[in-house]
Structure formats: C-alpha cells, structure tokens
Design a protein around this ligand. Structure first.
Ligand SMILES: O=C(O)c1ccccc1N[C@@H]1O[C@H](COP(=O)(O)O)[C@@H](O)[C@H]1O
Length: 202
C-alpha cells in the first residue's frame, strides 16, 4: 500500500497483513522514508510485510532498519540463504506462471520459509500483474502454509478461498483503481467475500 488512508481502512477491515513494495520497477515502489512514515499507520498485531524482488542485502537491511517490517516477502530469484539471512520470518513467492516448473521442487528450496506465496508470474517475472494461474496445479501436500496470489479480485475471492483453501489470499491490483491506489469499495468487498468463504469452510 502507498497511502495512509488505505492502510487505515485495511486495518479497520481486520486484514492480517499489509504490504509495502520495494521491488525496483514496481509502480507501487516506496522510498524507504515514505515506508517508515506509512509504517506508523499499521495497527498492532497486523503484519507489516516488506516485498522485495532481487534487491541487494543493503537495501533490505535499510528497509528493515527504517520501516521495521515484521515479515519479508521475496519475489525474485533470492535463494534460501539470502532470504533467511535477515533474521526475520519470510515468505517466498513461487512462480506458478511457468508451466514447466515443479512446484514441490521449488518449495523444497526454502525450508525456513514461514509460508510460500503462490503467484502467477513466470520465473524471473514480476508479480502484481492481476493474472490468475491454473489453481489445479497446486499440489495437495506442499508441506507448508501458503498464500494464494495472482489475479484475486472481489469477484473470485470467494471461489479462490472455497476451492483452493489457502492459509491466506494476497491481493494487490484486484483492489486498485490505479497501480498503488487502493479502492475502498473494492477493498471492503474483497474482505467480505473472503469472510463469507471462511464462514462456510468449517
Ligand atoms: O505489486 C507489485 O508491484 C509487485 C512487484 C513485484 C513483485 C510482486 C508484486 N506484487 C505482488 O504480486 C502478487 C499478485 O498481485 P496481483 O493481486 O495479481 O496484482 C501479490 O503478492 C503482490 O503483493
């Protein structure tokens, strides 16, 4: 998220986590000082997630020092040693857009990850594209909690949670009116749809 009002609304709606993007070419990329200021809006008990994509260790450390994330999300080709070297819990994005990729093999490369994030990009590609992937490619036994990402919008959030039964869903462009600008009505509907599916899950 890039705006204080969007973060306040998300906290009010009771989300589990709020993301701040530091990937180089992202339209949602924050400067570290901006992130440090936005961080103060994240309510206690909600994860502040810092998203990186092949950033340098110095960049990651600078973000950690100034924006104080509680969870790191790595979206590039970072290896396990790099991801865990910062001493914070981390999630690793797995590229589900690459039809040839073996999901279990990729997942096994990150034994210390707190969770995996299955996204629709191909290996080396960026997220935040708004594209879904073929959810039937998700193995039944991944061996770790996972978040479902990629093209989740208010209209398919119910189906995503009901069918895939992920630990969580991650949304970016699906609740935006423009890159980085969240839309309050779409955010509300998204949370409502996830709650509706959760309530029926049992
Ligand atoms: O949001 C970005 O700009 C971004 C840039 C580089 C890597 C990942 C990025 N976003 C993440 O992509 C997924 C899916 O997003 P969407 O809902 O399909 O738009 C999600 O994890 C975002 O946090």
């Amino acid at each position: 998220m890039t705006r204080a009002d969007d973060i306040r609304l998300a906290c009010h709606l009771g989300v589990d986590a709020i993301g701040m993007v530091f990937a180089q070419r992202s339209p949602r990329r924050l400067e570290v000082t901006q992130a440090a200021s936005l961080r103060t809006e994240v309510a206690a008990g909600i994860e502040a997630v810092a998203l990186f994509m092949d950033n340098t260790a110095d960049e990651v450390n600078d973000v950690i020092a100034q924006a104080r994330p509680t969870l790191l999300q790595f979206h590039g080709v970072e290896d396990e040693a790099f991801c865990r070297s910062f001493g914070l819990p981390y999630m690793k994005a797995i590229a589900m857009g690459d039809e040839g990729g073996q999901v279990i093999d990729w997942a096994a490369r990150y034994p210390d990850a707190t969770a995996l994030l299955l996204d629709s990009h191909a290996v080396g590609g960026a997220g935040g594209s708004g594209r879904t992937f073929d959810w039937s490619r998700i193995p039944a036994q991944l061996g770790k909690p996972f978040l479902l990402a990629g093209g989740i919008v208010p209209d398919n959030a119910f189906e995503a949670v009901s069918v895939v039964r992920p630990w969580g869903v991650d949304v970016s462009s699906g609740i935006e009116s423009a890159p980085g600008i969240k839309d309050a009505a779409r955010m509300r509907r998204f949370v409502e749809e996830v709650r509706r599916a959760d309530a029926l899950r049992g």
